[in-house]
Design a protein. Sequence first.
Length: 634
Amino acid sequence: MIDKLLSFSRHHKMALLMLMDALLLPLALYSAVVLRLGGVWDPKLTPYLWIFVVPPLWVLPIFIKLGLYRAVLKYLDDKIVYTVCYGVSLAVLVLAAVIVMARIGPFPRSSIVIFWVFAMAYIGGSRFLLRGLVRRIDAVDSPREHVIIYGAGRAGIQLMLALQAGREYRPMAFVDDNPALWRHTFRGLAVHAPAELPALLTDTEAKAILLALPSVSRARQREILEKLESLHVPIKRLPGMAELVSGEVRVEELKRVDIEDLLGRDPVPPRPELLARNIEGRVVMVTGAGGSIGSELCRQIVRQRPARLILFELSEFALYAIDQELKALAPQLECLPLLGSVTDYERLFRVIDGFGVQTVFHAAAYKHVPLVEHNPLAGIRNNAFGTDVCAQAAEDGGVDTFVLISTDKAVRPTNVMGATKRLAELCLQTRHARGSRTRFVMVRFGNVLGSSGSVVPLFKKQIAAGGPVTVTHPEITRYFMTIPEAAQLVIQAGAMGEGGDVFVLDMGEPVKIAELARRMVHLSGLTVKDESRPDGDIEIRFSGLRPGEKLYEELLIGDNVLPTDHPRILRAQEYHLDEDVLTGLLQRLRDACLRHDADAAFLLLQQAVHEFQAAERTRDWLAEQAASGVGPAR
């Protein structure tokens, strides 16, 4: 019977509710009169039975006007009481006026006040009774996951209300750090201390913890997450307060807590004048515009209102993707997607000169250490010669500022990729030393979370596949930074200095990759399989350092570092090569690449970058194939 009623159309349900109210209002008035008369009906009132029709005639139109019948029963909140109170109070006033004007002498005047109480109880109570019934039926039809809400503030209560009205989660309890809230209840849910969480998870059979702390600092969130890791349940969080206030997301749109939430840090407010200096009203070009860093640079650049943005990219797919994204992000801005290689001087010069480029952000590079290690000639051509060719085109085309995106692997490199990036820095430093009109700036930083070469997406895939998670060495450490923070700091650093400067970004504290893997397993609600827990879910397996891989990365070659106006940007004072020496080395390196002589190129790279200390000689796969004397498999 109830299922049949619930299957009615919306209009039929509204009609049934109106019919119910039309019966409950006269019943409320009758109950009030009989109660006032001591439980006995007075026959003198029989001629005035028409008075019982007055409340529905007045109240139903008021309820319709106030939208009471448009509300969905399952999603009713406590504010419905105000609507009912308003309608019933007006009915009481009208009823009193009718009784006085009709001079109904036998009608007890005090019963009007009693009628207000009964009407509120009947109309309001019926709504809450129906809401509870519908929710109970809905809960039986669709079992919901039990969850605990961490945070009993305003956001936590809003989340609870939203989840109670939904079909996916059933909140079972609150947890909060504030002792003043412990043992309080909100809508039947008690607030507990964080220390009670392990027992709560068992007692309530909760399968997840939902963080309702949108305004808490990143550092405080990190402390809480570190405590929750050992519980081995999935952790989800509310979006940020800015997203909630702007209306971009709703309170029930939960996001899975990710490793970025643990490694990220509270951002330093950017300096608007630094962000705008090289961009606002200028023609800007980004090489490698479709890559992880290049694409984020483009997103940040469009917010600074450039006159035009040139997207220069070798990959057709990557170029198409970022072009489509920027068109949606800034439809009024002229973005020009151009295919090309940074080793093609003619193409670069025609683009820079033809469009009057004033600022270049050079993000194009091969960044994967193992790949470049086995393809050294391609890495030298793209990273070193590509930067030099791009810088030459920028000088010839009259570019004002050229910003190279460098890497911490350029510091005392142990691999070809790092050495080629350091050689790229030396090329720009030498150009500045000879008095170039283009201001060359280099910005050096470590790993960025979520980039194509980051371990984070790799670990996510391995965990999703059931493991094992592969780490090269138990002691290997890396610096991490979010892509948006890195791009924002690069733009600001590019606006500093007079030229030839190497800026280093403050990457925070280094992170052990093995610990990173463990935390990612825990955040997935799983356990690590090891000697202490042989029945764990995910094994962490150590595979050994890859060719050219360091245990520890550095950001400075020497100890000479100067502060800047920005707390997270430092200026490094480092050596550069004499122009004649560098020119000779570059020419011999080009000749070696043309001869496909990987061994000679490797030795010349070591001469150019004095601190390049490879753990072992690079293995060029193509050179090995040619030297083996084995023909191609056909």
